[in-house]
Design a protein around this ligand. Structure first.
Ligand code: PLP
Length: 499
C-alpha cells in the first residue's frame, strides 16, 4: 500500500496549498523561475513571507500614515489602475489634484485672490518636492547671477545639521554645497542667527524645518525671516527661505494657527509638505507650493501634448498612481479644518500621556518639545549600564518598533529613542507602551550589563595614556565610546529607520 507520494503538478487542485510541491521547495532568489506558479500558491508564499515584516500600526518609527477609513480605501482601490500622468484621459483626477494644491496653498496663507489658482504640484513625497523646490531656487539664483554678469558655478544652501537625508541628496545630486549649522547639546534645531551668518552671495536659499525629524521641534522661521531681511537689506542680496514642513505643514495650521511660519512671511518662497504624514494619506504623496509664478522659473516646466491637450509638468517622475491624490482630496473634504484639528489635538494629548508616563519612571530626559510634531524623543538619564539601543531592541519582543539613533554634528554623543504619535495610536496604546517600557527597564536592570560590561562607572573611569601621561577618561568620552560601539553594532544589523 502506498502511504505517501511526491506531490505533482496535477496535485495542485486536490492538495491543500501547504501540501503542494510549491511549498516543498524554495523559490529562486536571484533568477526568475522557469515555470509558472498557480496564483493561490504564489499568493500564499508571498503572504507568508511578508508576515515576518513588522506590524505597520506598531511601527512608531514612522511619520507615515498607516490607517485610513474603509471608504477611502475603497476609492483608492478603485483608482489603482489609473496613471496619474494621463491627464487628458483622467481629467477628474487632474482636477482633484489642482483642488488639493489650491486648498493647501490657502492653508499656508499663499497671497492668492479668492479664485486665483495656486502654483504647486503633487509629488511622490517631500523628498521629490524638495528636489523641485531646490531646483527652482538654484535656477532663479543662476539666472540672476548671469544677468548681473557674476559667476554662478558655486551655489550653496544653508540648513541645520538636523535636516533629513533628502536635503543631502538634493545637494549631492544637483551639485549644491550644503552648509550646515551645527547643533549643540540641548539645542537640536537650526539656530537662525548662525544660519544667517553662513549666508553669502552664493546662497540659493536657507531651508528651515517645521518639525525636525529628530525631535519634532519647529524651527523659528519668523526670526530667520527677520534676520535675513536685515542681511538682504545690508548686502543687496535677495536670499529667500524654503520651509520643509514635511510633518508640520499639516499640524501648525490646526494646532498653532497664530504661529507665523508660512507665506505670511515675505521671504518664504516655497513650502513642501508630505501628504502621507500628517496629511493622513498612505505612503506616496507630497506637495510643493510656490508663493507665486515668479518663484518657479518657467523654463523648468515642460509642456507635453502627446496625451491630448497641452499639459504643463514639473515633476522628476512621469507615471505614478492616482490613488494617493484621490485619497488626499478625500481627507481634505471629509475632515475639513474641524476634523484635522480634532485629530491633531488627540495626537498631541496622546504624546503628553506618553511623555508624562516616561517622566514618572524617573529614568528619562525628554528631548522633544511640547509644541511641535506630536512625538516623544527621550534619552536615558544614565546609560552606563544599559543604553537606548538595548531598550529599542528589547521593545521589539513586545511588538513595538521604536528607533534609537544618535544626533548629528556636534551632538553625536547624544542617543535618543523616538515615538511618533500618529492618528491611529490610541490612548490605550500610549498607556500600554509606557507599561511595556517599564517592563523593559526592569528586565534590563536585572541583567548583567552586557554590552557595557567593559566600561567602568564614573568612580572608576577607565584610564588612558595621553602624551605619556596617564589621564582618566571623562564621563562624556566614555559615553561616546559606548554610543560608538552600539552604533556599529546596530548599523551592522539593520538599515536606519529614520524617515
Ligand atoms: C523634515 C523632513 N523632511 C523631508 C522628509 C522626507 O519626506 P518623504 O518621506 O515624504 O520624502 C522627512 C521624512 O521624514 C522629514 O521628516
Amino acid at each position: 500500500m502506498v502511504l505517501s507520494k511526491t506531490a505533482s503538478e496535477s496535485d495542485v487542485s486536490v492538495h491543500s496549498t501547504f501540501a503542494s510541491r510549491y511549498v516543498r521547495t524554495s523559490f529562486p532568489r536571484f533568477k526568475m523561475p522557469e515555470n509558472s506558479t498557480p496564483k493561490e500558491a504564489a499568493y500564499q508564499i508571498i503572504n507568508d513571507e511578508l508576515m515576518l515584516d513588522g506590524n505597520p500600526r506598531l511601527n512608531l518609527a514612522s511619520f507615515v500614515t498607516t490607517w485610513m477609513e474603509p471608504e477611502c480605501d475603497k476609492l483608492m482601490m478603485a483608482s489603482i489602475n489609473k496613471n496619474y500622468v494621463d491627464m487628458d484621459e483622467y481629467p477628474v483626477t487632474t482636477e482633484l489634484q489642482n483642488r488639493c494644491v489650491n486648498m493647501i496653498a490657502h492653508m499656508f496663507n499663499a497671497p492668492l485672490g479668492e479664485s486665483e489658482t495656486a502654483v504647486g504640484v503633487g509629488t511622490v513625497g517631500s523628498s521629490e518636492a524638495i528636489m523641485l523646490a531646490g531646483l527652482a531656487f538654484k535656477r532663479r539664483w543662476q539666472n540672476r547671477r548671469r544677468a548681473e554678469g557674476k559667476p554662478c558655478d558655486k551655489p550653496n544652501i544653508v540648513t541645520g545639521a538636523n535636516v533629513q537625508v533628502c536635503w543631502e541628496k538634493f545637494a549631492n545630486y544637483f551639485e549644491v554645497e550644503l552648509k550646515e549649522v551645527k547643533l549643540s547639546e540641548g539645542y537640536y534645531v537650526m539656530d537662525p542667527v548662525k544660519a544667517v551668518e553662513l549666508v553669502d552671495e552664493n546662497t540659493i536659499c536657507v531651508a528651515a524645518i517645521l518639525g525636525s525629524t529628530l525631535n519634532g521641534e519647529f524651527e523659528d522661521v519668523k526670526l530667520l525671516n527677520d534676520l535675513l531681511m536685515e542681511k538682504n537689506k545690508q548686502t543687496g542680496w535677495d536670499t529667500p527661505i524654503h520651509v520643509d514642513a514635511a510633518s508640520g505643514g499639516f499640524i501648525a495650521p490646526f494646532l498653532y494657527p497664530e504661529l507665523e511660519w508660512d507665506f505670511r512671511l515675505p521671504l518664504v518662497k516655497s513650502i513642501n509638505v508630505s501628504g502621507h504624514k500628517y496629511g493622513l494619506v498612505y505612503a506616496g504623496i507630497g506637495w510643493v507650493i510656490w508663493r507665486s509664478k515668479e518663484d518657479l522659473p518657467e523654463e523648468l516646466i515642460f509642456h507635453i501634448n502627446y496625451l491630448g491637450a497641452d499639459q504643463p509638468t514639473f515633476t522628476l517622475n512621469f507615471s505614478k498612481g492616482s490613488s494617493q491624490v484621490i485619497a488626499q482630496y478625500y481627507q481634505l473634504i471629509r475632515l475639513g479644518y474641524e476634523g484635522y484639528r480634532n485629530i491633531m489635538e488627540n495626537c498631541q494629548e496622546n504624546a503628553m500621556v506618553l511623555k508624562e508616563g516616561l517622566v514618572k519612571t524617573g529614568r528619562f530626559n525628554i528631548v522633544s518639545k511640547d509644541n511641535g510634531v506630536p512625538l516623544v524623543a527621550f534619552s536615558l538619564k544614565d546609560n552606563s549600564r544599559h543604553n537606548e539601543f538595548e531598550i529599542s531592541d528589547t521593545l521589539k519582543r513586545f511588538g513595538w518598533i521604536v528607533p534609537a539613533y544618535t544626533m548629528p554634528a556636534n551632538a553625536q554623543h547624544i542617543t535618543v529613542l523616538r515615538v511618533v504619535i500618529r492618528e491611529d495610536f490610541s490612548r490605550t496604546l500610549a498607556e500600554r507602551l509606557v507599561l511595556d517600557i517599564i517592563k523593559v527597564i526592569n528586565y534590563l536592570d536585572a541583567l548583567p550589563s552586557s554590552f557595557t560590561a567593559k566600561v567602568k562607572t564614573d568612580d572608576e573611569l577607565e584610564e588612558k595614556v595621553k602624551n605619556g601621561t596617564v589621564v582618566k577618561k571623562t564621563a562624556i568620552e566614555t559615553q561616546r565610546e559606548i554610543t560608538d560601539v552600539w552604533k556599529k553594532f546596530v548599523m551592522a544589523r539593520k538599515a536606519k529607520v529614520i524617515c
